[in-house]
Design a protein around this ligand. Sequence first.
Ligand SMILES: *Cc1c(COP(=O)(O)O)cnc(C)c1O
Length: 459
Amino acid sequence: MKTSIEPFKIKMVEHIKQTTREERLEYLKEAHYNVFLIRAENILIDFLTDSGTGAMSDQQWAAIMTGDEAYAGSKSFFHFEETVQQITSFKHIIPTHQGRAAERILFEIVLKNKKGQKIPNNTHFDTTRANIEYHDTEAVDLVIPEGKIPECDHPFKGNMDLGKLEEFLDKNHKHVPLGMITITNNSGGGQPVSMENIKETARLYRKYKIPFFIDCCRFAENAYFIKQREKGYGEKTILEIAREMFSYADGCAMSAKKDGMVNIGGFLAMNDDNLAMHARNLLILTEGFPSYGGLAGRDLDAMAVGLQEVLDENYLRYRVRTAEYMGERLLDAGVSIIRPTGGHAVYIDAAAFYPQIPAHQFPGQALVCELYKNGGIRGVEIGSLMFGKTDKITGDMIPASMELVRLAFPRRVYTQSHFDYAIETIIETFKEREKVRGLKITWEAPFLRHFSVHMVPLE
Ligand SMILES: *Cc1c(COP(=O)(O)O)cnc(C)c1O
């Protein structure tokens, strides 16, 4: 059996502060029971997000030192462009400061201020959805039904529902200026999409002459799942699989804060010359000249090296195995999670964890608070606090479809003993589940309330 040890050793360390339970109770209270408002220095293990939180390698830091800061046509840009072209084969590579900047430009150039349009995807990520809705356009989610059932085991739970997509395009194709797929499906639990499904999705878009863009933030994790799970790919390299995935599309949008292995960066890539010209014009307006796009030259070099390193199979095995390992141990202890585990996170089913807490008392947030109190661990609620809506007539909350807590893993940051500690904390918290009560909101913002909400525990 191939081992999955951390495929790196550590040559620089960052101190993490140990806090006492009493201190954490105080920090939590000061933060109004909202972990977004706790200072990061008071967190022991931070699983808030995998976005931009990874550790760069010595090779990336070395590339940073030799970055070329020329305003136009820097060496760093060409290094970056060649790397992205090698992986995606797209003709035009446009750097941006992060994923949503690429999305903003893409939607502005394809939607052109026309109203009443629709963009299908397996599941739109929040920023993608928000950037589409900003243009009075509908963001349509068409993931397979299995993708919405937490306990349903399926190798490619991120797949597009091809039947539904065909029906949708049949009816709406005149109002669809762009078709998308997200790999891996972040909002659906980091679940992969199969090569077959990418290919068939592309075929349907092409049938209606709709340009096809991949939201490819976790393309390498997706490629690794294809290698593991899809017939005919076991002997191929991650690069070969990635190249095939991109070969079916007309372009892609990337947040390099994920599989780019950097703390900031992203890009937009495409084949169409005219579209690329419009994208570069907008880029100059808001991000910067097309050879740096809102980044320093050194950032482009770090991204180029990160995009090479993420293709390493030993790294991807360690990455995917980490989530799997945590998932197995939690399931053994009786904790319900989304199955199978995806690439970048473990999602705990908080409604099953705290059956005594109804949705309007936020079982997910109760679990987030307990994990912080018990072990200094920070996760994030993805449930009714984040997605609950208010019934306009009765004023009651309409709960989210699931009450989840996401533990997202920074890349190359934590070791197995950090994960063992986190697992033990979750299991201890599970053993004391009966005593725990929910929370109520004392103040909330008109939208995206979870970031700034104030809460108090119910007695
Ligand atoms: C993170 C993410 C984005 C947005 O990228 P940012 O770098 O956070 O702006 C878009 N799509 C998906 C699937 C993501 O995971």
